[in-house]
Design a protein around this ligand. Structure first.
Ligand code: FES
Length: 200
């Protein structure tokens, strides 16, 4: 007399070995790891389609948020960005980002203004009054005119960490390899506490 349970336990455990299911209606079917190209293709297709639908859903849900962060068409056309400088106290400097560039905004003290007005700078002489619209505010692009590093703030101006160019509190080059003063961007005061940088 045969023992079915012992036969079951002695079946090969090879993952590639197909197993046979016997249904109660008497039909039988081979299942398990039997290669079935059409089933595999269908599963792959369904997985890709599900991924595409999910991705589209996320994009559609996020679009209003992304869209709201974009500058208006008017701003894009003119490249003008407005900044509130009311929080920059006298003697402080703030670095803004404009068109991917750092812009230094220095709220100068009376002493700093007097010192800059009494000097014409160094190797690229320029009167201070030609570099500011309001003596209290110096606004310059914070990129060294030598090879493009971002200078660090010092008590008397800026020092470029790359090759040692020294700029004063008017952004004028005093020493080092930089050939010219820090550039002054196009800007205007919208009111006492707001500046608009860019060509209007
Ligand atoms: S990049 Fe500033 S001194 Fe060279």
């Amino acid at each position: 007399m045969s023992d079915d349970r012992s036969n079951d336990s002695e079946q090969p455990q090879n993952a590639d070995f197909p197993s046979m299911d016997v249904h109660t209606d008497g039909n039988s079917a081979i299942s398990g790891n039997v290669p079935d190209p059409s089933s595999s293709d269908r599963r792959e297709f369904l997985e890709k389609a599900t991924g595409l639908v999910a991705g589209a859903g996320v994009a559609m849900a996020a679009w209003p948020f992304i869209s709201s962060m974009n500058p208006s068409a008017d701003v894009i056309t003119k490249g003008v960005v407005e900044f509130d400088v009311s929080g920059i106290h006298e003697g402080d400097v703030r670095t803004l980002q404009w068109r991917g560039k750092p812009v230094f905004v220095l709220h100068r003290t009376k002493e700093e203004i007097a010192a800059m007005e009494a000097s014409s700078g160094g190797k690229d002489p320029e009167p201070d009054e030609d570099r500011v619209q309001n003596p209290q505010w110096l606004i310059v692009i914070g990129i060294c005119t030598h090879l493009g590093c971002v200078p660090n703030r010092t008590r008397t101006g800026w020092l470029c960490p790359c090759h040692g160019s020294v700029y004063d509190n008017s952004g004028r080059i005093l020493h080092g390899p930089a050939p010219r003063n820090l550039d002054v961007p196009d800007y205007k005061f919208v009111d006492a506490s707001h500046i608009a940088i860019g060509r209007a």
